[in-house]
Design a protein around this ligand. Structure first.
Ligand code: 0WD
Length: 254
């Protein structure tokens, strides 16, 4: 039997077929799961539709994580169309471009608040809203980056947001543990995606990681997808509150 057979999950954060969330959705589908996708707005809808067709996904729903009414509608739609879910992927982050290119010391309050709302509070609110339709023993996964604990050029306010995201995972792990629901973060190495294109000098970061990681290569969305799938499956039933690196080992280097 395939690892994800009989499981239904929601994957939030597919923008196109280069998204990390796409790699995770693909791995879950391959292992037998039913996957539900969301699209942020009408502009992104056609790309998500294309991905949904490719993967054999039956339903896509609108979700801008900053809109509470869309979160409530999402829960109602999933409950009506599927009943309960077994896993949830949160693969969403945003900070205004100007906050990712200058000095951290210049971060404006509005940019700080936006980064925290879209990249951190969205996880908390998604879990609040969807917990009632999660089966006991469900698994939740969010995406983080090494900039949470180390200085990474230009990552700036997003590093602070990822630190808060990882702390949120630990606090949520305790609250959700009562229902044997697990939550973990996957810390991916740099990958060229739409979101990454907003970070200054990203191609330099890619080259540096490739040269300086033990495996001497950058990771792919398929590698992140496979490790993400493990964390969403029952194979990781003893793992919660964790930050799991999938970065060719870059984080261990001095
Ligand atoms: O190197 C990388 N690409 C890494 C990304 C390394 C380590 C971690 N990550 C993280 C990101 O910080 C993010 O949390 O992985 C997650 C997914 O990012 P991605 O796959 O690199 O980026 P992308 O394919 O652009 O998907 C992120 C999507 C958005 O795309 P754009 O680029 O249009 O902002 O997050 C979605 C959106 O589709 N998103 C939202 N969804 C709902 N409501 C919202 C929102 N308000 N804002 C962004």
């Amino acid at each position: 039997m395939s690892v994800m057979e009989g499981k239904i999950g929601l994957v939030v954060g597919v923008a196109n077929n280069r998204s990390i969330a796409y790699g995770i959705a693909k791995a879950c589908k391959r292992e037998g799961a039913e996957v539900i996708l969301t699209y942020q707005n009408d502009k992104l809808k056609p790309r998500v539709e294309k991905v949904a067709n490719e993967l054999g996904v039956k339903h896509i729903y609108p979700l801008d994580v900053s809109k509470e009414e869309e979160l409530i509608a999402l829960r109602e739609n999933i409950e009506k169309d599927y009943g309960k879910i077994d896993f949830l992927v949160h693969s969403v982050a945003f900070a205004p471009r100007e906050a990712l290119d200058g000095k951290f010391i210049d971060t404006k309050k509005e940019a700080f608040n936006t980064a925290m709302e879209i990249s951190v509070y969205s996880l908390i609110e998604l879990v609040q809203k969807l917990e009632p339709i999660m089966n006991d023993g469900a698994s939740i996964l969010t995406l983080t980056y090494l900039g949470s604990t180390r200085y990474i050029p230009h990552y700036n306010v997003m590093g602070v947001a990822k630190a808060a995201l990882e702390a949120s995972v630990r606090y949520l792990a305790v609250d959700l543990g009562e229902r044997k629901i697990r939550i973990n973060a996957l810390s991916a190495g740099p990958i060229k995606t739409l979101a990454a294109s907003g970070i200054g000098d990203f191609s330099e970061i890619l080259k540096y990681n490739e040269k300086n990681s033990p495996l001497m290569k950058n990771v792919t969305i398929d590698e992140v997808g496979n490790s993400g799938m493990y964390l969403l499956s029952d194979l990781s039933s003893g793992v919660t509150g964790e930050v799991h690196f999938v970065d060719s080992g870059y984080n261990i280097m001095g």
